[in-house]
Design a protein around this ligand. Structure first.
Ligand code: SF4
Length: 294
């Protein structure tokens, strides 16, 4: 039997959201059979955090959850020492979630010291800045299948192509807009006035960032069944380095023109196309999909 790869899951400044997300991974048993967790705060582990903090062990994969503050301590050992020791021996370093990837919401409490493992928003910074070992699984939280995919690729010794922000291309080349069930409403500029309804696009009135956000949430569904936009909540761009933005459920406009337009389209082209689409009147799209009174 092949020896199991050793995984160490450390936490920085975190709400534990990525741990909780990963516990929903449907193939968790496969993970536990394939990898040995040296330490994880909830999963069965070989060592205690006290034993890990002595820095006498080594891991193949370091997973880090939360924003990185080098001064923070775990059982008397600084994160700088822990991440430095385990990261230098590991073949892969995985940043789980947007805080570990880019600093996320916690970096705003101390922008001078708190970053992601390899980025401060878009700028390379932190202990793994520009390191080929680094794989960012951004998201608030990251999708459990994204971690599952990454671990499977490593276990199978397959290469993982990453984008300029070190996110796996297989997972982050898509936009959250891809596969959204509201695409037809987006095309014809039929907007939703409320959260939680089946009809309408959430781009103009609810701040949806789907067309600007690299994520496969509408391709690899959450719990195999759903996504934010499918239940009528806008995508708020949690996989991008500028997350969180202020007023996330608001579409910023200038004279009614959206400040941001879909990735890869010039504002002028987008507005021309939107103007033409809006001039059509399609009664089918303006009605409730399911008439509750019928
Ligand atoms: S709700 Fe968002 S993701 Fe869906 S079609 Fe509209 S803009 Fe795109």
């Amino acid at each position: 039997m092949k020896p199991r790869l050793k995984v160490l899951w450390l936490q920085g400044v975190t709400c534990n959201g990525n741990t909780h997300s990963f516990l929903n991974y449907p193939h968790l048993l496969y993970v536990l059979e394939t990898f040995e967790f040296l330490y994880h705060s909830l999963l069965p582990s070989t060592y205690t955090l006290e034993e890990i903090s002595t820095c006498v062990h080594e891991c193949d994969i370091l997973i880090f959850e939360g924003a990185y503050d080098p001064r923070m301590e775990r059982v008397g050992t600084s994160l700088e020492t822990l991440v430095g020791h385990y990261g230098s021996h590991a073949k892969y370093v995985i940043a789980a979630g947007s805080c570990a990837s880019f600093g996320g919401m916690f970096k705003h409490s101390d922008p001078e010291h708190i970053t992601g493992l390899g980025f401060d928003e878009k700028e390379p910074k932190g202990p793994f800045a520009s390191s080929p070992k680094l794989i960012n699984l951004s998201g608030c939280p990251m999708h459990p299948e994204w971690m599952g995919y990454t671990l499977r690729m490593i276990a199978d010794n397959k290469p993982i192509a990453v984008d300029e922000l070190h996110r796996p291309k297989e997972l982050y080349s898509y936009l959250a807009h891809h596969g959204c069930t509201r695409n037809e409403y987006f095309e014809w500029k039929v907007d939703s006035d409320h959260f939680g309804t089946k009809e309408g696009c959430l781009f103009y009135k609810q701040g949806c960032r789907g067309p600007m956000t690299h994520a496969s949430c509408n391709k690899i569904l959450w719990n195999d069944v759903s996504s934010k936009t499918r239940v009528g909540t806008p995508c708020f761009g949690c996989t991008e380095p500028d997350f969180p933005r202020i007023n996330m459920f608001e579409t910023k406009t200038n004279m009614s023109i959206p400040q941001d337009v879909p990735v890869g389209i010039s504002k002028r082209s987008y507005l021309t196309m939107a103007g033409i689409a809006k001039s059509f009147h399609i009664p089918r799209l303006e009605k409730r999909l399911i008439d509750d009174d019928a």
